[in-house]
Design a protein around this ligand. Sequence first.
Ligand code: IPD
Ligand code: CA
Ligand code: CA
Ligand code: CA
Length: 257
Amino acid sequence: MDQIEKRHSLIKSWLYEAADLLRESFNKELEIKEKTSRTDLVTNMDREIEVFLYEKITAHFPDERILGEESVGHDIRDLEGIVWIIDPIDGTLNFIKQRANFAIMIGIYEDGVGHLGYIYDVVRDELYFAVRGNGAYCNDRKLPMVEELPLSEGLVAISNRLVVADADEARRIAKNSSGLRVNGSAGLETAWVASGKLIAYIAPSLAPWDIAAGLVIAEEVGLVYRQVTGEKINLLQYNAVIVANRYAFQEIRNEWQ
Ligand code: IPD
Ligand code: CA
Ligand code: CA
Ligand code: CA
């Protein structure tokens, strides 16, 4: 991939601009719509941020494809060439209910290989990012490689969907770890595993836009980010995933029924 430096500074400036739009929206009433269910919501701001990023990307990189959660690229059937995978607000329910604990996410892939990943925690002003082969960062701080700690040494985040679908599994994980957390943003939870705040993140059904940015960041700090079967992530479908250091990943897999 060319123009890495240019891409990096552009993306950072877009994320900061988009974050301003989100912060401004905190004082306004949101338009909220149901997508597939009472807990699957979209707001005018999810759409506005996706359009904002779409317009910036197409203006600067007109030949590159874009897959976004809310409206663009849902006809994409392969990952040939350069594909931008964006989640305008990861943690929409948190955005609506808490005005916090959500992130803007961008991943850039070339022929299926992740090159750049961005997870911006707007309220904490923490930008997690990674450039393939150059490590991962939180703002200016380079993140160290993760240690191969056992599950018993750390906090595990799981998605709400796992609790609802498989309470036994959730209970086993809680027992074997230092404790369970359900934070509601796949991106932030992945960023927190990458930065050592959590030891693992487990989710039974993540979309490509939930995964793309975090996968680049996770791999740069030596995490395993794979399907629960052990197979590689497929960014053209939903995946049941585990993000963890190699040791904890195996512990979780051994427990998985
Ligand atoms: C959701 C969040 C949530 C996860 C869901 C995702 P969204 O993304 O990441 O934590 O459990 O599976 O769909 O819809 O808020 O962008
Ligand atoms: Ca959503
Ligand atoms: Ca998401
Ligand atoms: Ca989203």
